[in-house]
Design a protein around this ligand. Structure first.
Ligand code: GUN
Ligand code: ZN
Length: 493
């Protein structure tokens, strides 16, 4: 039986049901990080914020004798006083940073199994970005061999396979293929924290895509260390299902107030732009003074944003959400634009019709998977005889009457040519575009006009009629090589 069932999809994002020994979890979701040394919000209390699963660090428990003994005696659920599903991290990241107590892969896995973790994580090596390739490759070999060893140690618990490979995309691909071959219950993309901290979101997109393309669809994918809600829409759109958040507490400690579009220094707040229980019942001054109140607000908005993401998946409007949210920071917008380079991959996963209309929200929308799909499907039009393609508004009726055409196509940016019969169907018929269209939408439309001409080259004779809103676009001259082009002046009506 598969432990992960997909219930809704949009782009590469999905709402899934993940079955664990401690109950079902609906993904995408955030697992709050429970640090046994500093728990301002208790594990059981996390439910009230919307948590369905927790994550804790096995290494942090293991390295302190008193915590270790207590966890072994009680089991991790009683230790944290909570019956929610619990994932335990191996502490790779902490070992890599502090290296105080040495521990082997086998030792930490057996410990996770002993304390009754629901999802165990082997001791992968989180290779930093931009290291020498040889280093990344050597680390990867060691990580893969530990993954294999883990598979033989963990018998009756779920196990996560970690993808590493630094910023080398071919190593990320290889890593994903090899862990997929071994076979895990969860897959995790690791080694990205330094990229998150330096806002290298475009490189994060590359790494997620290199990994996702090679991972099975029937298991959840965890993006290690991505706890800031501003990243959720894009990361979910690319197929990440599980997130961990220590961010809510770390930001609170640093006196930072999280919002869905970034972070504010709490000292700069004159107002509380939020209606969570904290913000609606405390003054700005009170929130400024209290790390606990800040942590509570941060956690509320983190879960709120994930609900917004989930609702968008159900509606089929996740791309529109990405367009809105990614305008919070240039680095995020850059990442969204970068993600359009993968429109061809995303298109394969995406639903071909949606309930939600296609909203054109700027040039990024010209490269959406739906537009690419439309271009792929232009080869379905097999044309012969005389064909009119009319990119005109007022004068089109006249041109249709005055000619004798076998086929008439209208033009709608960013899709391009469509026959009248498709004027009501998705996506052309269910698209909303601004009255003033930008060059990105025009270019995408005219590229598809050219494609239609080239696909039917020698089989049909084309007239391309356009009005002055298109005048001066360089692709008109290109179209003129394959069609008779006619500029329809406004007065022709
Ligand atoms: N936490 C943040 N990054 C990582 C990683 O790459 N591996 C593991 N195991 N935990 C992490
Ligand atoms: Zn709030």
């Amino acid at each position: 039986m598969t432990e992960f069932e997909i219930v809704h999809k949009d782009l590469m994002g999905r709402i899934g049901k993940f079955r664990t020994p401690h109950g079902n979890v609906e993904t995408p979701t955030i697992m709050p990080v429970m640090n046994p040394n500093l728990m301002s919000i208790g594990a059981e209390e996390m439910k009230r914020y919307g948590a369905e699963m927790l994550i804790t660090n096995a290494y942090i428990i293991y390295r302190k004798v008193n915590l270790r003994e207590e966890a072994v005696k009680k089991g991790i659920h009683s230790f944290l006083e909570c019956e929610m599903p619990i994932m335990t991290d191996s502490g790779s990241y902490q070992l890599y940073e502090y290296k105080d107590v040495e521990v082997s892969n086998k030792e930490i896995l057996e410990f996770q199994q002993r304390i009754g973790s629901d999802v165990c994580v082997p001791l992968d090596i989180p290779t930093a970005p931009y290291v020498k390739r040889e280093r990344a490759k050597d680390d990867l070999e060691e990580t893969v061999s530990r993954m294999r060893e883990a598979r033989s140690i963990i018998q009756n618990k779920m196990l996560a396979g970690v993808v590493q490979g630094s910023t080398f995309l071919e190593l990320r691909e290889e890593s994903a293929k090899r862990v997929a071959e071994i076979g895990f219950d969860v897959y995790a993309i690791g080694g990205v924290v330094p990229l998150l901290e330096s806002y290298k979101f475009d490189e994060l997109v590359d790494i997620i895509m290199a990994s996702k393309k090679n991972l099975p669809l029937n298991a959840p994918v965890h993006l290690f260390g991505a706890g800031h809600p501003m990243l959720f829409p894009l990361a979910v759109a690319l197929g990440c299902d599980l997130f961990d958040s220590a961010a809510y507490a770390i930001y609170a400690k640093g006196k930072r107030y999280i919002t869905s579009d970034g972070t504010r220094k709490v000292e700069d707040l004159r107002y509380l732009p939020c209606s969570c229980p904290v913000c609606s019942s405390h003054s700005v001054e009170e929130v400024k003074e209290s790390e606990d109140l800040l942590a509570s607000h941060n956690l509320c908005v983190t879960f709120e944003e994930m609900r917004v993401v989930k609702q968008s998946i159900v509606e089929g409007s996740l791309w529109e959400l990405c367009e809105r949210r990614c305008r919070a920071y240039p680095a995020l917008l850059n990442a969204l634009n970068h993600a359009t380079k993968y429109a061809g991959v995303i298109e394969k996963y995406d639903a071909s019709t949606k309930k939600h209309p296609f909203f054109y929200l700027g040039e990024t929308s010209a490269h959406r998977p739906e537009v690419l799909r439309y271009s792929y499907r232009l080869n379905r039009f097999k044309l012969s005889g005389n064909v009119l393609i009319t990119a005109t508004v007022g004068s089109k009726g006249k041109e249709v009457e005055s000619g004798n055409y076998d086929y008439v196509f209208f033009v709608k940016p960013p899709f391009g040519p469509y026959p009248a019969e498709l004027s009501e169907s998705y996506p052309v018929g269910q698209s909303e575009i601004p009255a003033e269209i930008d060059n990105g939408a025009k270019t995408a439309a005219l590229q598809n006009v050219l494609k239609l001409l080239e696909l039917n080259n020698g089989k049909a004779k084309f007239v391309f009629a356009y009005d002055d809103s298109w005048e001066g676009h360089p692709l008109i001259a290109e179209i003129g090589k394959h069609a008779v082009v006619r500029l329809m002046k406004g007065g022709d009506d």
